[in-house]
Design a protein around this ligand. Structure first.
Ligand code: A3P
Length: 293
């Protein structure tokens, strides 16, 4: 049995996409009906394995003046799609949030709660699809019960038959929206790696936080890979994961795909990437510093 268990949810465009088994259509319906976006809200939104957790930590630290606090990161920046499962329900949980509300989400653009007439902000993070594909394979083994091969998972990724659907269907509408919506900041994982401090400053400015050099330095240190993996409230050790495959924090590099992709797989994804990205103006660094396409 190589199949991973999923729920199917409406994709907002007349079709359906796969979501993790613990998020249902009923959850999505509840969020659509009852979740009211507020002016000060911040959403860290991504296709899975694009640098969500890292960005959550940067946003959390910036909003809290560099203080980590006692909460686990999954409570400080809760996952929107799972809010209906909080012990007393979503609305009671939302009442308990003190200060600026921060959320994580993997929702495609059409499913995101409406922000009309609010100043709520979205930090969208994208990552080159080859590193996403390999990172998602290990993630699905570690936390999703996936038992198939890398090649089988790669084919699912190409077909968009993975958690949150098609990679390109996720990032491209967010990219397009970011071109005319000043409340969406579109970041790339590779840029954050290449200029961590610059990215922290960019996020601060986007969130209207006047960050001192000291605050930026603190955020860079506490959101570094080593710090996040050794801090009990950020290391995700409380999340059930398989012990025999890499954990949530796997490598944190650009270009690790080169250690796993065959030449044929690389060519297949290159062809799809060129077709999907044509005319979008969106480029990625795949690990050799060259922006493609
Ligand atoms: P790898 O599997 O390539 O190592 P997400 O949080 O969206 O699930 O993304 C997980 C990916 O981000 C993993 O990539 C993980 O190692 C990487 N990551 C997590 N924290 C990071 C950090 N502080 N710096 C750089 N990469 C980080």
């Amino acid at each position: 049995m190589t199949e991973q268990a999923f729920n199917l949810v409406n994709d907002g465009k007349g079709g359906q996409i796969k979501f993790p088994i613990f998020i249902s259509q009923a959850d999505m319906d509840l969020i659509e009906k009852e979740f009211i976006v507020k002016d000060d809200d911040v959403f860290v939104t991504t296709f899975p394995r694009s640098g969500t957790t890292w960005t959550e930590q940067m946003v959390h630290l910036l909003v809290n003046n560099g203080e980590q606090g006692e909460q686990r990161l999954t409570d400080a920046v809760p996952w929107l799609e799972t809010l209906p499962h909080r012990p007393n329900g979503m609305l009671e949980f939302l009442k308990t949030i003190k200060g600026r509300r921060l959320f994580t989400s993997h929702l495609p653009h059409p499913l995101m709660p409406r922000r009309d007439n609010t100043t709520a902000k979205i930090v969208y993070v994208a990552r080159n699809p080859k590193d996403v594909a390999i990172s998602l394979f290990f993630h699905d083994q570690s936390k999703g019960g996936y038992m198939g091969t890398w090649e089988e998972h790669f084919q699912l990724f190409l077909k968009g038959d993975v958690h949150c659907g098609d990679y390109f269907d996720h990032i491209l509408p967010w990219w397009e929206a970011s071109q005319h919506d000043k409340n969406i900041l579109f970041l790339k994982y590779e840029d954050m790696k290449n200029d961590h401090a610059g990215s922290v400053a960019q996020i601060a400015s986007f969130l209207d936080i006047s960050a001192t050099p000291e605050l930026i330095a603190t955020v860079v240190t506490l959101s570094g890979f080593k710090s996040m993996t050794s801090t009990p409230t950020t290391n995700f050790n409380w999340i059930p994961q398989r012990a025999d495959v890499p954990s949530h924090f796997r490598k944190g590099d650009i270009g690790d795909w080169k250690n796993h992709f065959s030449a044929e797989q690389s060519a297949q994804l290159d062809a799809l990437f060129a077709e999907k990205m044509k005319g979008t103006g969106l480029q990625f660094d795949f690990g050799d510093g060259v922006l493609l396409p």
